[in-house]
Design a protein around this ligand. Structure first.
Ligand code: ADP
Length: 496
């Protein structure tokens, strides 16, 4: 059982769920990468600008304390200088002598004044003009940026080092805020995308569900399915094709039912009549000549059944015959057919005229099938033309088509019957056709054959008691003509 009765959103294998998950994962991935890269860049930027800021202040301060350091360095004075600088940049400032003695500390109470400190930044400052590090302070529980710059005489003699330690709390607070914003934005994007996916996938899956359920109905035998077309995209086109297919299947099914009904009907009439004859012969005493009459009737009816069954078989084998394609000369085929019907024409005291182009093309189709068409048309012309009349076969061709016409001076076809004569089992005058051995299938077979090869067949004109003209047109394949012309030239070169 399909998911027809389950709500689509819960179905684990539904397109909708897969789409939703894909989109959401995509958004999470994009936001994750963007967030990490962005935060990293921001952190680098803030840290380096903070470092530059502190270094610049440090260097200015170093300039300003040179004179204090040159004279005997007064710790009280230097500490207050340190305190001043500290206020400006919000950092701890320590002034150290070249032998690591703390000369001044911006932290007065509990500060390091008078003690010695060993810091790699101070060594770096003396050696490399700058020392710098970022460390986590376990005492104050925060990240701290430490910068040390030397204070030198103009000739380069080192007098001391200024060591500045600034809290990175504001930087990380800003970064945390950005992170929070990104998280919130991601969350909102997910919500928005989720809603969009639900909305669009609904539009996508509803027609698919409709298609599925219509196909299921068809599988269950309810063939009259048509689904509404709501869009012009791929799914809309699929729905459209589905509708076309469904109506074709319906049509075929109806045609088949009608055909079976027609065949049964056609078979019933002669069988009923045979049955009646035999019953009469059984029930009544009959003179031999009466018996002969009944037997004649039975003979005719069985003959008719044979014709009918032959025609039916022909119809079922049509595809098979039509596929036995070969290249042949139309002219030769026409001549053969004319020869074979000549005796019937003579017997009925008819005249047969022909008007066949000297150069008719080669055709690439089943010659048996084409013969069948010609026989049917000529047979009808003979059947429906009274003695003394004439028939005419015309065959003409141009570059693209060949046109064959069969004209007669027979009984003609009443106007109201013209639209139906190519239908199976249709006969204008049932009794007459029956008497003449017709089954009503001849023209239907012709039509199927000609249309199978991309041609066209029709009634050109017909007048009651004057005659009818049937025609068919078949396409000519140019490449075949050219190929065979070349072949002939090679096989029988012109004598020089
Ligand atoms: P049938 O076996 O009855 O001839 P066809 O399919 O060949 O069946 O023809 C259908 C009907 O069309 C015929 O029954 C007849 O009424 C009419 N018809 C066909 N050809 C001719 C013709 N040349 N002249 C008059 N009527 C024709």
């Amino acid at each position: 059982n399909s998911g027809r009765d389950k709500p689509g959103f819960i179905m684990l294998n539904s397109i909708r769920l897969r789409m939703t998950i894909t989109y959401l994962l995509l958004i999470v991935a994009i936001m994750l990468v963007t967030g990490i890269v962005l935060l990293n860049m921001l952190e680098k930027h803030y840290l380096s600008s903070e470092e530059e800021n502190i270094e610049r202040t440090g260097r200015l301060a170093a300039q300003s304390i040179i004179s204090y350091l040159r004279d005997d360095a007064d710790p009280v004075l230097l500490s207050s200088v340190a305190e001043n600088i500290s206020h400006q940049i919000n950092a701890r400032v320590i002034i150290v002598s070249t032998d690591n003695l703390v000369l001044g500390d911006s932290v007065r109470i509990g500060g390091l004044s008078g003690s010695k400190i060993e810091r790699p930044e101070i060594q770096d400052a003396l050696k490399l003009e700058k020392g710098c590090s970022i460390q986590y302070s376990h005492i104050s529980k925060q990240w701290v940026l430490q910068v040390a710059v030397p204070a030198r005489e103009e000739d380069g003699t080192p007098l001391g080092v200024i060591f500045l330690a600034s809290s990175l709390n504001p930087v990380y607070a800003t970064l945390a805020a950005v992170q929070r914003f990104l998280l919130m934005f991601t969350f909102l994007a997910l919500l928005f995308a989720g809603a969009l996916v639900v909305f669009f996938s609904h539009h996508l899956t509803v027609p698919i569900k409709r298609l599925t359920s219509a196909a299921q109905q068809m599988a269950e035998g309810k063939l009259d399915q048509q689904i509404p077309i709501t869009s012009r995209d791929e799914i809309g086109r699929l729905a459209q094709q589905f509708n076309v297919m469904a109506s074709r299947i319906m049509e075929t099914n109806q045609r088949l039912t009608r055909f079976v009904a027609d065949v049964s009907h056609e078979l019933r009439t002669p069988l009923a009549s045979i049955h009646l004859c035999m019953q009469s012969m059984q029930e009544y005493e009959m003179k031999p000549e009466e018996q002969k009459e009944f037997l004649d009737d039975i003979y005719h009816e069985t003959q008719r059944l044979i014709y009918l069954v032959e025609d039916l078989l022909e119809m079922t084998r049509r595809q098979e015959v039509a596929e036995k394609v070969e290249v042949f000369s139309l002219k030769a085929l026409l001549e053969g057919v004319l020869d074979s019907i000549q005796p019937r024409v003579d017997r009925k005291e008819l005249k047969l005229f022909t008007e066949i182009d000297e150069k008719l093309p080669l055709l690439n189709m089943s010659p048996e099938a084409l013969k069948r068409v010609l026989f049917n048309l000529l047979d009808n012309a003979i059947k429906y033309t009274p003695s003394g009349g004439w028939l005419k076969l015309i065959a003409k061709s141009d570059e693209n088509n060949v046109r064959v016409t069969v004209q007669d001076t027979g009984c003609g076809i009443p106007e109201e019957a013209i639209p139906y004569i190519f239908e199976r089992f249709y006969r204008v005058d049932k009794a007459r056709s029956r008497y003449l051995g017709g089954t009503g299938l001849g023209l239907a077979i012709c039509k199927e054959i000609i249309e199978h090869y991309g041609g066209k067949i029709g009634l050109e004109e017909s007048q009651e008691d004057k005659g009818s003209t049937f025609y068919f047109i078949l396409p000519v394949e140019r490449s075949i003509q050219e190929y065979h012309e070349e072949l002939q030239l090679v096989e029988s070169p012109e004598p020089v």
